[in-house]
Design a protein around this ligand. Sequence first.
Ligand code: SF4
Ligand code: SF4
Length: 133
Amino acid sequence: MTQKKAFLVNIDRCIGCYACEIACKDENDLSPGIKRVMIRIVEAGELNRSYVPEFSLETIDVSGCTLCPQLQIEGRRPACVNNCLTNALDFGDLEEMKKQAEKIRGFKFEKEQKKGITVYASKKPLDTFLAPA
Ligand code: SF4
Ligand code: SF4
């Protein structure tokens, strides 16, 4: 049986550089305005700003993340993950991503979407509106 796949986002490592967004658009030749991953900026006080990459895994139109099967079939990682210079992003089997998240030893939650799961992890407490809807 194929293992369920997941993204792992280490929010503490994301610097909001948008390289993942750009890499996705480039790899998948997306039209302007279409984003399969986008960075949400979360402000919690003047000195507390977090960047949260959010994956569009629920839709079946062109804005939905495909998990880059054209790269996976060649044994390569999705373009967004591969172009993240801070290693804020990882992708793999769900159980492995959960194990990696455990190592961060902080706040974490999973957001399940139809085509996949995103596991968010951070050492610092996050605002409640980051929690799954
Ligand atoms: S996830 Fe990585 S590539 Fe994307 S904005 Fe954050 S640091 Fe940049
Ligand atoms: S896995 Fe591929 S399609 Fe999905 S957000 Fe990343 S680069 Fe875009």
